[in-house]
Design a binder for this molecule. Structure first.
Ligand code: SF4
Length: 315
């Protein structure tokens, strides 16, 4: 079976060996974050849809998991906001009923948790990881460039309500952009929001791959430590980088040829996403997934040039 909704497993910095489930088309999101590694959001929306027939996704999960792969998590994520999909609740319930030994995670930007149907859809997940990078409206807009009608107070109130409804773990991500959300005023506002939300963990994340905007730079370990100290709360940790080659994934079988084809290409010639699409005939969505798989298995170098980001693998 060829999988179009599953990717990986990849080594996630936060979740270990993680099989990705992508329920939204590239790149549909309620945010257009300056740090997004998938590039500009082409459709910024707040309305939920069933983007693909849910049976397609359930068939892929059934087929892939029938081999009993070793995984730390099955993670709803991908190149957009997963809670925009009306299928997410059914997929999570299916996994918890049919394959309860697998833990389920949802990586979400948290923008839809003020909606009761979204909160209900996520109730059976083991971990939900929402993002809150600023509690100050102006900074929040600068970082996330949200869909219209989405003030930051609504997002904080949504996560807070979800905390009351939900018995699983909430790991709150704060994406740190030095000089933007690292001032005393910013961190005081975040501290207040964190106290309102009561997450189980707070994870300070920073740029790991080239972001959408070139002015976004990663925070150094020292800068992350300073933010953690300034927040002064228990349960705040930094997301550690993945050590290349420390993980051997179980490739999605039908993808092996394409993965190796792209890997061989990157060994021979640094290429942008568009170059890879041109050479292989694969679509953008497939190439992005393949790059994630390659990144989990081999050291991949990325260099931003005028024509775009060039990927290469040392021979
Ligand atoms: S919420 Fe996630 S997928 Fe959407 S733009 Fe931001 S980083 Fe990208």
């Amino acid at each position: 079976m060829r999988y179009s909704h599953l990717f990986g497993p990849v080594l996630s910095r936060r979740l270990g060996r993680s099989l990705g489930v992508d329920l939204v088309p590239f790149k549909v999101c309620s945010f257009d974050c300056v740090y997004c590694e998938c590039g500009d959001t082409t459709k910024v929306v707040l309305e939920r849809e069933e983007f693909f027939p849910v049976e397609e996704v359930l068939d892929e999960l059934e087929d892939y998991l029938s081999r009993s792969p070793v995984l730390d998590y099955i993670t709803f994520s991908g190149s957009g906001e997963p809670t925009l999909s009306l299928s997410i609740g059914m997929c999570i319930r299916y996994l918890k009923e049919r394959l309860p030994s697998y833990r389920v995670a949802v990586l979400t930007n948290g923008t839809l948790l003020w909606k009761e149907d979204v909160r209900r859809d996520l109730l059976e997940a083991d971990i939900v990881l929402p993002t809150l990078s600023s509690a100050i409206e102006e900074t929040y807009r600068r970082i996330h460039r949200p869909a219209p009608g989405l003030p930051v107070e609504l997002i904080i109130a949504g996560i807070e309500q979800f905390r009351k409804d939900y018995t699983g773990e909430i790991w709150l991500e704060i994406f740190i952009i030095p000089g933007i959300n690292t001032t005393k005023t910013e961190l005081e506002a975040l501290r207040k929001a964190i106290r309102q939300i009561h997450p189980d963990r707070v994870q300070l994340n920073t740029l790991d791959r080239p972001g959408t905007e070139s002015w976004v730079r990663p925070a150094s370990p020292g800068e992350l430590r300073k933010v953690r100290d300034m927040l002064g709360l228990a349960g705040v940790e930094s997301v550690e980088p993945v050590i290349p080659g420390s993980f051997r994934c179980i490739p999605v079988p039908e993808w092996t040829d394409s993965v190796m084809m792209v890997h061989d290409l990157l060994q021979k010639r640094p290429s942008t996403l568009e170059d890879i699409i041109d050479v292989t005939g694969l679509n953008r969505r497939e190439v992005l997934k393949i790059l994630r798989v390659i990144g989990a298995r081999f050291p991949v170098t990325e260099k931003k040039e005028e024509r775009g980001i060039f990927y290469s693998c040392p021979p």
